[in-house]
Write a protein that binds this ligand. Structure first.
Ligand code: SAM
Length: 291
């Protein structure tokens, strides 16, 4: 079997041998620490009945560890120059398949049907390219794929926003979007030193346990997220001012005030103090008013 890719030495050797040049624009920061890789892989609670979708395998450092733990691994890589390298590092693992493409453009339902039909559960596990973290996460969550966990390395600051509770400055529309679909927990904080090349920021491994049903009942999801965005549009403004700027015109100010009163929400509060349940109540009441 080929040796683990994940040491600084092996990673440098592989890059040099193939004459590979890292592309910053594709978020190519490769992990070179086996302990971190194992922490990521074990957070997804894999066994040989489980499937894994990996996004951005790079030279295969994480893919190898996932292939040791899971029954099926599908790794989507946008950079065609990495395919011959992956072929080499994944040679001992025939149940690991590389798909060449942009995960944001890929038909994931089709990928599921093709690769994961026989699996008892599927998780996404990845060291994500940081320039597209949020679009990738939102695609995975909004598409309502049958997922168990999403375990990803992302920027520490983004992980903290995803996991934030009401009241602090990290709490915002991203927190609510993520927590609507999943229960987050930050598994590890990771320094830049374990990557080649080193990113400029701290990283974190976050695990999302997908909910069977969303955290709150909303009648109209699009309106719910619209209300959330409106209430965070200007963080220093009150709820009432943000709602007037985004969702109600001046003439309907009395209606807005009675909706807030009916929901038991003080109009001078700030968006960052409302829990997800309060946003659901507010969105449902606005929908009822509009009908
Ligand atoms: N998994 C490897 C590791 O941990 O060492 C590499 C992680 S690196 C942070 C991100 C990888 O995602 C790169 O290999 C990059 O080429 C790939 N990538 C970037 N954008 C992508 C996209 N839109 N779809 C699929 N892969 C992408």
């Amino acid at each position: 079997p080929t040796a683990d890719v994940a040491t600084p030495r092996r990673t440098q050797d592989i890059i040099r041998k193939h004459g590979f040049t890292l592309k910053k624009s594709l978020g190519q920061n490769f992990l070179t620490d086996l302990n971190i890789l194992n922490k990521i892989a074990s957070a997804a609670k894999l066994d040989d009945t489980k499937g894994v979708l990996e996004i951005g395998p790079g030279i295969g450092a994480l893919t190898q560890q996932l292939a040791k733990a899971a029954g099926k691994v599908v790794a989507v890589e946008i950079d065609g120059r990495l395919l011959p390298i992956l072929e080499e590092t994944l040679q001992p693992y025939p149940h690991a398949t590389v798909v060449h493409g942009d995960v944001l453009k890929l038909d994931l339902d089709e990928l599921w049907a093709r690769h994961f039909a026989g699996c008892s559960g599927v998780s996404v596990v990845a060291n994500l390219p940081y320039y597209v973290t949020t679009p990738i996460m939102m695609k995975l969550l909004e598409q309502k794929l049958p997922l168990e966990y999403i375990v990803v390395m992302i920027q520490r600051e983004v992980a903290e926003r995803m996991a934030a509770k009401p009241g602090g400055k990290e709490y915002g529309s991203l927190s609510i979007a993520v927590q609507y679909y999943a229960e987050p927990d930050v598994v590890a904080i990771v320094p830049p030193t374990v990557f080649i090349p080193q990113p400029n920021v701290d990283s974190a491994v976050i695990r999302l346990k997908l909910r069977q049903t969303p955290a709150v009942h909303v009648e109209d999801e699009a309106l719910f997220f619209e209300v959330v965005h409106a209430c965070f549009a200007q963080r220093r403004k009150t709820l009432s001012n943000n709602l007037l700027a985004g969702l109600f015109d001046k003439a309907s100010k009395p209606a807005m005030e009675s909706i807030l009163a009916e929901c038991g929400i003080d109009p001078v509060r700030r968006g960052e103090t409302l829990g997800i349940d309060e946003y659901a109540r507010l969105a449902n009441a606005i929908l009822a008013y509009r009908k």
